[in-house]
Design a binder for this molecule. Sequence first.
Ligand SMILES: Cc1cc2nc3c(=O)[nH]c(=O)nc-3n(C[C@H](O)[C@H](O)[C@H](O)COP(=O)(O)O)c2cc1C
Length: 174
Amino acid sequence: MELEDALNQRKSVRSYTGEPATPEQLEAVLTAAYEAPIGMGKYDSIHLTVVTRQSLLDAIDAAAARLFGNPELHPLYGAPTLVVVSSSNEGNVASANVAAIIQNMSLAAVDQGLGSCYIYGAIRALAQDPALLSELGLPEGFTPLGSIVLGQTEEGYAPREIPAGHRFAQNVVA
Ligand SMILES: Cc1cc2nc3c(=O)[nH]c(=O)nc-3n(C[C@H](O)[C@H](O)[C@H](O)COP(=O)(O)O)c2cc1C
């Protein structure tokens, strides 16, 4: 897929069939993560965790629903895979690194015809729950800062009209 088509067609997918990405699709998405820009090239400050264990996905989903105050919610949308992006640093650069990685993965997901959605809220719930956090098996000193769900979806990708409201306020300084 052409880059401009992937950029235009990328969207947050919130319905999943339950079927995971194929190994080739997952590899393509993870490769896109490795291609992300990282402040000062500190690649060792990043750790990715690919969660497919259903019991852990359910526990994170439930913890996030509790955090949002509505046990009926499913903040992971039933997706079969959650890629958690953790950092050994904190602050703006660490968060920017994580966002760049997640955006790269979301564009690769479009290219692969896979559904994806940036997930931040559930990560707050995860980071606040030491028992859940320990199940991630993170190296010492790493904290989850963001994540993306992935999976097969019946939603297709198609050209989309970008709403006028998405045009950021701007000015020109010439
Ligand atoms: C930093 C960040 C955090 C987000 N967190 C969540 C989230 O926790 N749950 C969710 O459903 N969508 C989340 N989103 C997706 C946004 O809601 C979505 O990108 C936005 O509404 C625009 O829709 P689009 O992605 O379909 O273009 C997040 C997006 C960003 C950039």
